[in-house]
Design a protein around this ligand. Structure first.
Ligand SMILES: [Zn+2]
Length: 386
């Protein structure tokens, strides 16, 4: 039997199986069961929280020939079987990240004209829809304004702000939330159990913390941890930390320390080390941001007195300005390196308050020296001359 990754093996097959999206799931059930399905949905939210999975379940429900109820497909009919085998003629999945052009959209629009083969609808799932070009969106707009009654669109995106207002106003938009830590922990422990392993709550916590509410990321970490288990079948905390490269967070703290003390060379060599070990530039950037944010909060609450708040806030501004740049850059590693150099360099420049206080110190010590001299020449009038 060939190996199936956990995220596919445990991919929810029905709306009831979807983890941590109760509000969205309930409203979708209402839409389907009351036969009030809009002609276009837009599912929006961060990576790996079930947008494509939900899109596929909606499509399967709409296409099923003998559903148990409209929101529960039978999983036995010709349509359901074709869907499970990824060869359903009426359901098309398009990845807009690789098919961004107007011609790709024209193919879809042409396909809309034909009646469905199996059931009532032709369904188009367009993933990462924000990647479509402007002309592609324009071409799509006409069909979205007056779609044939047998056509349904289900869009998914991680970046709703990149979708034109004209498109948004013609869709029902559903915002998926990052999965809460508690729900994710329970889910991970359940999956580990199904895989014949033991995952304790502390370890589950570490994984859900690292995956920031993304089920897919969490399952991917769990999967690697399961590969490392010994005969006890216990997933140890050490293994998880080791595998996640949680020396990573130590590296980040060291890197930030060098940055804050203006040690450009030391900062860059840590960075080189991390990228050579396969660290992704954007991820490293995000981790630096996360750690710096923690320092700022801790310092402002008085829990951390190692660094000056004004200095941390200054570095935060630099990071913030670079966030969009690194996201959109073809060479994110250049932006990351340049940002670190910029932060470390500006840290090495003395701050105005330091210059002023140094001046004060100097004046103070000249006065002390003068006082010493005066003590040796009692009765002189040097103070007046000075
Ligand atoms: Zn069916």
């Amino acid at each position: 039997m060939h190996y199936i990754v956990l995220s596919r093996k445990y991919r929810p097959q029905s709306l009831d199986d979807v983890v941590g999206q109760d509000i969205i799931v309930n409203s979708l059930k209402n839409c389907l069961d009351n036969n009030k399905v809009p002609h276009a949905f837009l599912l929006n939210g961060i990576r790996g929280i079930g947008k494509t999975t939900i899109a596929r379940i909606i499509a399967k429900c709409l296409a099923c020939k003998e559903p148990i109820k409209p929101s529960v497909p039978c999983c036995k009919c010709q349509s359901c079987i074709a869907f499970d085998n990824n060869n359903h003629l009426d359901i098309m999945e398009i990845d807009a990240a690789s098919r961004t052009g107007v011609d790709d959209i024209r193919d879809i629009i042409d396909a809309c004209q034909y009646s469905p083969v199996f059931g009532k609808y032709k369904i188009f799932i367009i993933d990462e829809v924000h990647m479509l070009s402007k002309s592609a969106f324009n071409a799509l707009l006409k069909t979205l304004e007056e779609p044939p009654s047998h056509v349904k669109f289900i869009f998914a995106t991680t970046e709703i702000n990149k979708i034109p207002e004209t498109i948004l106003s013609r869709c029902i938009s559903l915002q998926l939330k990052p999965i809460s830590k508690e729900v994710l922990c329970n889910y991970l422990m359940d999956i580990a159990n199904k895989e014949g392993c033991k995952l304790n709550i502390e370890s589950a916590n570490i994984i859900s913390e690292e995956s920031e509410g993304s089920v897919r990321d969490a399952l991917s970490i769990l999967e690697q941890a399961i590969m490392l288990v010994d005969n006890s079948n216990e997933i140890s905390q050490d293994n998880i930390l080791h595998m996640m490269g949680n020396t990573k967070s130590q590296f980040i703290e060291e890197l930030l320390e060098h940055v804050i003390y203006g040690k450009v060379n030391d900062a860059i060599s840590i960075l080189d080390n991390m990228t050579q070990q396969g660290g992704d530039s954007f991820n490293i950037f995000k981790q630096i941001q996360k750690t710096l944010y923690k320092y700022i909060i801790d310092t402002s609450r008085g829990y951390n007195t190692k660094y000056k708040l004004s200095h941390l806030l200054y570095l935060w501004q630099i990071l913030l300005k670079q966030t969009e740049n690194i996201k959109n850059s073809v060479f994110p590693e250049y932006i990351l390196n340049a940002t670190i150099v910029m932060m470390a360099y500006t840290s090495s420049i003395p701050k105005l308050e330091e210059i002023l206080s140094n001046n004060e110190q100097q004046q103070k010590s000249s006065q002390e020296f003068l006082n010493e001299v005066l003590k040796q020449f009692p009765g002189s009038n040097m103070t007046e001359v000075y």
